[in-house]
Design a protein around this ligand. Structure first.
Ligand code: SAM
Length: 216
């Protein structure tokens, strides 16, 4: 695929070290707000994963620490996990050895995945696109769709008119939400259709997890 590699985003490098992987879940999910976010995203992702058929192959990109694998294993017989960070991959590989789930772990760039067309049933991606400039989001969703035969579950930051106001006032750096209409254009460009989506953060947040079906 053609990529927008000239567009900078810090998430390509920010997670490279092993120590970032070791601290990742503690930093994000401790405290009352962290635990609340954890429960919200856990429920949202689980409800979409449970809509998939059993016995499938799922690509998890980026896999990070591998924290979603027990949920993916509710439907996946095989998980192919990819991430650009060697630190995350080392940590995730150690986790894979401790659990009874069939996971293969590879280094891979979501902008240009090292997998053939239609080589998995579904691609799963959580907490990546929110870090990506919008043209890169188009390319990455198309890449997730390219490797998947049936569909994609991917988180996106999606505004409503209310959450747009909260987001605007926060002046966040490298934060790239889209309006729902743009998500539909992105899906159409990737040969996907949105089946359903769930909010997976606080009521004033923008993060959603979205289930897309492949159009042919
Ligand atoms: C916020 S973490 C999310 C990890 C995991 N999906 C989760 O939900 O915990 C972002 C991850 O994206 C990875 N990443 C950033 N850019 C990437 C790219 N172009 N291709 C693959 N992984 C990338 C980082 O290395 C990091 O592991």
């Amino acid at each position: 695929m053609s990529s927008n590699r000239e567009l900078y985003y810090s998430a390509r490098e920010a997670y490279q070290s092993y120590s970032v992987a070791e601290e990742y879940e503690r930093v994000r999910f401790s405290g009352i707000l962290g635990r609340y976010r954890f429960v919200r995203e856990f429920r949202a992702v689980t409800s979409l994963i449970d809509m998939l058929p059993k016995g499938i192959t799922i690509a998890d990109c980026p896999c990070g620490t591998g924290r979603w694998w027990p949920i993916l294993a509710r439907r996946a017989q095989r998980i192919i996990a990819l991430d650009i960070s060697r630190g995350m991959l080392r940590y995730a590989s150690e986790q894979a050895e401790k659990i009874d789930i069939d996971v293969e772990v590879y280094e891979g760039d979501a902008e240009c995945l090292p997998l053939p067309n239609g080589s998995v049933d579904y691609t799963f991606s959580h907490a990546l696109t929110k870090h990506l400039p919008i043209p890169v989001q188009y390319g990455v969703l198309a890449e997730f769709a390219r490797i998947a035969r049936s569909g994609v579950i991917c988180s996106f930051s999606v505004f409503s008119h209310l959450t747009y106001e909260f987001w605007r006032r926060r002046h966040l750096k490298e934060s790239y939400p889209v309006f729902f209409e743009e998500l539909e254009w992105m899906a159409a460009g990737a040969n996907l259709k949105i089946r359903t989506m769930r909010k997976c953060t606080t009521p004033i947040g923008v993060e959603h997890t979205v289930l897309f079906d492949k159009l042919d």
